[in-house]
Ligand binder design. Structure first.
Ligand code: NAD
Length: 481
């Protein structure tokens, strides 16, 4: 089976922060891959814009190095030259007047105009204002904004209002790259494209849900920034809550941006307030060969969490009584992001207690090796009597899809193409972001008021023991990471 690549409309894409880490690691290599795939039309232009002084040739060198370092393994030199031909550079000051006239003059009439704000959020307002003031952004132009989108409800509201002063909501694309992952979209296809799951998708049949985003890396290099944020702000408020929404939401009437986002918003609004004993915070300790969190953060008394586990409840008709366990952390045993939907046991085992207890689990794996598996109970092969075992049924269908399954675009490149297509389904709406902060804020405030100290955990472990107890005391256990 060959996947179809439908080219997007011609576009002018300006990447503010075009010399930054995100542009180099994700945006530019992703655009190159879309060019190679044939999705980027020949009329497309990409303009890097940043503070550094450089000319087009120097910028193309930077782009080339970024693609060689972070792009696809096999590289066609001719295609790279053709791609670089579409790339230009402009020195611009987001907070001053330098470069804006030149930018205005270099925009073409006709192509879609998109502006990627790959800069610190403190510059969003200045960029939005100047794009409008210089009439560079038109009524159908799009802006793409990166996380963090605020650090609490108040700052998110201010940021939303700042952008809303210059752009309408349907022009604002708030990126959460987790939503751009192939498997996350496949989750919706599996849920709503099959009759099989939806009748079981409720508290009557589902025992609990686990959402895990575990990272092996520490915070080294960005420790001081991370120390002002923590796992709750950095991961839970955005990525984990977005995943929770997609699992828990009602079927939207249509797969269109507002229908999907309305349903996600209802989930966030149905989340119960979390009592302190349903949350475990952790901080990784030093090991024989590496520093601990506090050394990385350069703060010997830091109370910022590098790990958090939460038991959450969605109080609505579908989910009453089904816990959603979420956990995320740094410096854990392995890099692993997955959602596990763990079903209840059959009401009666005809095979007797010696057959053991087995549950079905639908596991949506985001990384590594994106894919979906279903844990099924079968008879252990052989003549040993009726003994049951659990085996994963692979629903990734890589054999059926052949090379198409190998050519899955990275989340960023998919989302950028959605921006050009004008499709906001996989982007967060302003009210969703605010509702997520509304749920997160009291948790963070509670820690501060109680002077909560995160529990230490060993580097390379699966997190603090208390997080294991969060499930153990309810006769459940985390899936291994
Ligand atoms: P960076 O510090 O590496 O790059 C910042 C860029 O902004 C540079 O190109 C710089 O020239 C430009 N810039 C700074 N001040 C400017 C000004 N006054 N006028 C014009 N340009 C200016 O940052 P980054 O890591 O690329 O991150 C960019 C944004 O993306 C941030 O909001 C960050 O939180 C977010 N983000 C980054 C990552 C990542 O992996 N790097 C992941 C998620 C979100």
């Amino acid at each position: 089976m060959v996947s179809r690549v439908i080219p997007v409309d011609p576009f002018d894409l300006v990447i503010f922060g075009g010399t930054g880490d995100l542009a180099k690691r994700k945006i530019l290599p992703g655009l190159f891959r879309r060019f190679v795939s044939g999705q980027m039309p020949s009329e497309a232009l990409i303009m890097g814009a940043a503070r550094a002084k450089m000319n087009d040739t120097e910028y193309r060198d930077l782009v080339k190095i970024a693609i060689l370092e972070f792009g696809s393994a096999s590289l066609d030199e001719k295609l790279l030259v053709d791609f670089l031909d579409k790339v230009t550079y402009l020195r611009i000051d987001a907070t001053g007047e330098a470069g804006w006239l030149e930018l205005s003059q270099s925009m073409r009439n006709g192509p879609v105009r998109a502006f990627y704000f790959s800069v610190a959020p403190s510059l969003f307002g200045a960029l939005a204002e100047r794009l409008k003031k210089h009439k560079i952004a038109l009524s159908d132009s799009r802006i793409v904004v990166e996380k963090p989108f605020g650090r609490d409800l108040e700052s998110a509201k201010i940021l939303n209002a700042t952008l809303a002063a210059h752009f309408s909501e349907d022009q604002i694309y708030r990126i959460d790259h987790y939503l751009g992952k192939e498997t996350v979209q496949n989750l919706m296809a599996v849920r709503f494209g099959n009759l099989l799951f939806e009748p079981l998708w409720n508290s009557q049949y589902i025992d609990h849900i686990q959402i895990t985003v575990a990272e092996k890396v520490d915070v080294e290099g960005r420790g001081e920034y991370y120390n002002t944020s923590g796992a709750m702000r950095d991961m839970v408020q955005n990525h984990l809550m977005q995943l929770l929404c997609l699992i828990a939401m009602e079927p939207p009437a249509q797969f269109n941006p507002d229908a999907v986002r309305d349903e996600k918003l209802k989930v966030i609004r149905a989340l119960d307030k979390v009592p302190p004993h349903h949350i475990v915070r952790g901080q990784y300790e030093a090991s024989s060969d590496s520093f601990g969190y506090r050394e990385h953060a350069n703060d010997a008394k830091s109370r910022t969490e590098s790990y958090v586990a939460i038991k959450a409840h969605v109080s609505n008709w579908r989910w009453a009584g089904t816990p959603f366990y979420m956990r995320t952390g740094k410096r854990l045993r392995s890099r692993c992001s997955e959602i596990a939907v763990v079903f209840k046991q059959p009401p009666h085992s005809i095979f007797g207690s010696e057959a053991g207890t087995h549950r079905n689990a639908l596991v949506i794996r985001l990384q590594p090796d994106e894919g979906i598996t279903m844990d099924m109970t079968i008879k252990e092969p052989g003549p040993g009597g009726m003994r049951l075992i659990t085996v994963p049924l692979d629903m990734t269908f890589s054999e059926a899809l052949g090379p198409a399954a190998e050519e899955v675009p990275d989340a960023y490149e998919r989302l950028i193409m959605d921006v050009i297509r004008g499709n906001q389904t996989l982007f967060m709406r302003g009210d969703e972001v605010e509702a997520a902060w509304e749920w997160t804020d009291p948790i963070i405030k509670g820690w501060k008021e109680r002077n909560d100290v995160p529990k230490p955990y060993d580097a390379g472990s699966s997190g603090p023991d208390d997080a294991l107890m969060l499930l153990h005391r309810e006769d459940r256990k985390w899936r291994p990471i």
